[in-house]
Design a protein around this ligand. Structure first.
Ligand code: A5P
Length: 226
């Protein structure tokens, strides 16, 4: 059922790629539905190239026949469609449940339009209630970064994968930080980014332009409040 809602949101988001030539492809189970729908457009003759936000997404896009291009080889991305872990009423988000937050943020920042797709379970009143905040850190100094995150009031846990530290596509670690509630996402983001060894945080502020929310029986398209 949740998959139906994700798929509904993903398919509705395709309206925003009309006229685009370069699209950003997000990461995760919701983005996967958008990637499949974009592949279908290309099979039907759409002339699109894509920038992937992760190795997993690049592999999926490659299998589906989507022409990929490196972020360094495009001046700009027309529109990016990606998922989210939590979205607050101001369109601030937590992302990085899949560990792709750094590339996701870079691709979003290189995009003229950012469309976020999600099922209704991702809507929250305050960030940090249902999910920890992922922070990507250099392995060399992860314990120091972790201690400094604790000083900000967070409880960081090193993400594990098969009994070893999870390693991102960039060769780094993820600290999943319980810092609930995140009432001032912009300020929290600023403070986290000042910590030595932090590569990127999963707080996405002023990034989502449009959110497309899939419900069991409908889709809602919302534009970011100004
Ligand atoms: C990947 O690192 C994340 O930012 C995803 O975009 C986010 O976790 C949403 O994933 P799902 O669509 O699988 O919930």
């Amino acid at each position: 059922m949740q998959d139906d809602a994700k798929k509904r949101a993903a398919e509705s988001a395709l309206q925003f790629i009309q006229g685009a030539s370069v699209v950003g492809l997000g990461t995760g189970s919701t983005a996967k539905f958008a990637i499949e729908a974009i592949a279908a457009l290309i099979r039907d003759g759409a002339r699109l190239k894509a920038v992937a936000t992760s190795i997993a997404t690049a592999a999926l896009a490659g299998q589906l026949g989507i022409p990929l291009v490196d972020l360094n080889d495009v001046a700009e991305i027309d529109v990016t469609i990606d998922g989210a872990d939590e979205i607050d009423p101001g369109f601030n988000m937590i992302k990085g449940g899949g560990g792709a937050l750094t590339r996701e943020k870079l691709v979003a920042l290189a995009s003229r339009k950012r469309v976020i797709i999600a099922d209704e379970s991702k809507l929250v009143d305050v960030l940090g209630r249902t999910r920890p905040l992922p922070v990507e850190v250099l392995p060399f100094s992860w314990r120091m970064s972790s201690r400094l995150l604790e000083k900000l009031g967070c409880k960081p846990i090193l993400r594990q994968s098969r009994e070893a530290a999870f390693v991102t596509d960039n060769g780094n670690y993820i600290l999943d930080c319980e810092c609930s509630p995140i009432r001032e996402p912009r300020e929290t983001e600023r403070q986290i980014r000042l910590i030595p060894g932090v590569i990127e945080s999963g707080l996405f502020v002023d990034i989502a332009d449009i959110i497309v929310i899939g419900f069991q029986d409908r889709v809602e398209v919302r534009a970011r409040p100004q």
